[in-house]
Design a protein around this ligand. Sequence first.
Ligand code: HEC
Length: 173
Amino acid sequence: MNNFLKMAVFGLVVIGVYTLLAVVYVPSIPTESHEEDSAARPPASEDELVLLGEKVFGGKGACALCHNPTGGRAPLLDDIAVRAAERIKDRRYKGGAANAEEYIYESMVRPSAFVVAGYGVAGTNDTASPMPDVSSGAIGLGDVEIKAVTAFLQKRAGVPVTVIAPGKEAASK
Ligand code: HEC
């Protein structure tokens, strides 16, 4: 064999070996869809739902980045499940919620349905909210996660949780 052929064969063998190693050893990266809920199994009880909500509130949902006592960029949500009733009755309210559960859910997906006085985007006279729709974009919460956060905020306000755990719903069907 001439030298060129030797080198060509050697090159192919090296490529072959590395291809094999790559196939065998490089773990596949699991693809993560933003539309998916972080709960592998939908919460089946109120406790599980509230727990997931707490996790999402401080984590993926990024809520605590704005809604916290030290940052001051957003109103505190400790008693939002109680205050929701006033929001719905406010003449500036543009949403379609009939109760606190619906108001909290709506606040996450349509923040400008009601803008808390003093917190609107500058120059909009409190008609546009600076809060993002958390069901899309970078945060991208799923329906179960939004329901879970709603349940968590009801629990935190000390009122009965009216959100039904999606896993419980499915089981009773
Ligand atoms: C980038 C900052 C930001 C993030 C992130 C954010 N919010 Fe907000 N949120 C605001 C601001 C500012 C307001 C007040 C303006 C308004 O009423 O829309 C608000 C208003 C609200 C209200 C209505 C409060 C009221 O008194 O009526 C609720 C409920 C709420 N946010 C829940 C959430 C939840 C739950 C999350 C996480 C999933 C979240 N927010 C993430 C900034 C944020």
